[in-house]
Design a protein around this ligand. Sequence first.
Ligand code: NAP
Length: 542
Amino acid sequence: MTNKIKTDVDAIVIGSGFAGLALIHYLRDAGLSVKVFDKASDIGGTWTWNRYPGAMTDSEGYYYCLAFSKELLQKWTWSQRYPAWEETHRYMHFIADECDMWPHIQLNTAVTNAEYREDSGTWLITTADGEQCTCKYFVSGMGMISEPVIPKIKGMDTFNGPLFHSARWPEGLDYAGKRVAIIGAGATTVQMMPVLAETAGSVTVFHRTPNFILPAMQKPMTPEWEKDIKDNYDDIIEKCRNHVFGMAFDSPVGRNAVDTPEEERQRIFEENWTGSFRWVFETFDDLLADPAANDMASEFIINKMKERIEDPEIAKILAPVVGEYPLFAKRPPLDHGYLEAYSRDNVNLVDIRNREPIVEITETGIRTTENDFEFDIIILATGFRAYTGALEAVTITGVNGQTLADKWETTSKSIMGVCVSGFPNMFTVTGPQAPFANLPTSIEQNAIWIANCIKKMEGDGHSLCTPKQEAEDEWSAHVSEVHVQTLMNQGDKVNSWMMGANIENHEPRVLIYFGGADVYYQKLRESSDAGFPEVSFASIAG
Ligand code: NAP
């Protein structure tokens, strides 16, 4: 390597989830020495932290995977359409084993500080144990939905039983026969509740905003389906890279809901009701763009939801009303029996938005304005501080002593989600203002850009990569311009994490590029082909 300044390692990565594993592969391939720190006791990121019963992927497994090795794509077989967390976790071990990644990974190591040292253009990384390590390149693979939001509810520390966030499920927790409360009703609760209800004494969901809930329609992998996938893996991966949400979907379909006669539209909606987010993309092209088309889709989903909810009073709480907010302004959950589970005698729903808000948590349970509920276990399924949360939880200090948290106090700008001005030689995988898409697809495209950027810089004899302020301003302006044209721009109405609107005392902001993941991946490739004009390269004498 051309940078003559001595560091302990070329690149330090935080996080050993999909991003960490992809970075090991691509950075090692670029000739760098790589060290990955993870505070968890195992690799897996999301799939190590989110071990709640029922946790599984919402992307279909066969394209929720890393694509850098054709051989490994052929070697691994998923057991079902959406793998449960245990299976995804096993897959990640398989990748780490097959690619000899373990020597790069140091677990049980929480990074607390990362400090850019202007004199040498290097980074000093400090862990919770006081270990210090220097590197030329500091890379975040911490994930964009990983920092839990813990609500501030009066009396939370007084509860006698276990009370925890869904992403911190206590190992071995015995909930059989217990009275379980879940605060929150997003994608996590939709997966978790029906599984808990099978064993718990009772499950009570404290519910605020209704969601558009789509059916998952799980199914086992068959030998024929597996053969078809493996015979066509190149096309599947290509499809992901060319799809607006990074998914292997057959879209655009070349027709709009608003131009399709009512009967024909209903037929297309009905025929495509086969599970997954496919329905949104493989029916019509205008559902997320045109308010009238979005309302048509919303109405169809709401009717489908109501068909599956036995009690009309419960349906009133769970189902949105057309026009309340657009489909996808809040990320829709995928359902594996959640709506039907409300027919069980041991499942209860409490409307804390319109009927009885939570007043406090007591020693024995939850007090609302109307009732005193007793519980043995309280689960906070209250979501995440998306995109910026994990990065802000570490004290990351760039030039002139500015921290990332300070920089992002009112807006969270970046250059394509991969780097941030004021933070030289630092890179982020799926940072703010990247798209929201099938994550392994985005992660891999980011890792490729980062590795190529470093390779180009070092190949040209430089050691310092400085993200340009004007490139950041330009990207952020573009992201905002696109955002206001989309229906997702209404996410702040309904506390959507996609706009950081779920965080108390925090200005909602534009966190996601909605110009299409396919367009974004193309922009990353163009940047790479053009020699990375968004950053400037320089040398620091060693
Ligand atoms: P979420 O969608 O943000 O839902 C959080 C829930 O908690 C909402 O119902 C929210 O109500 C409620 N809530 C928040 N603060 C509250 C408070 N102080 N009092 C009462 N209720 C409160 O979080 P999530 O379900 O964990 O899902 C987050 C994202 O993670 C998903 O959208 C998805 O992208 C990802 N995820 C993915 C998978 C997968 O792909 N397999 C599975 C789970 C999650 P309001 O809506 O009214 O704010």
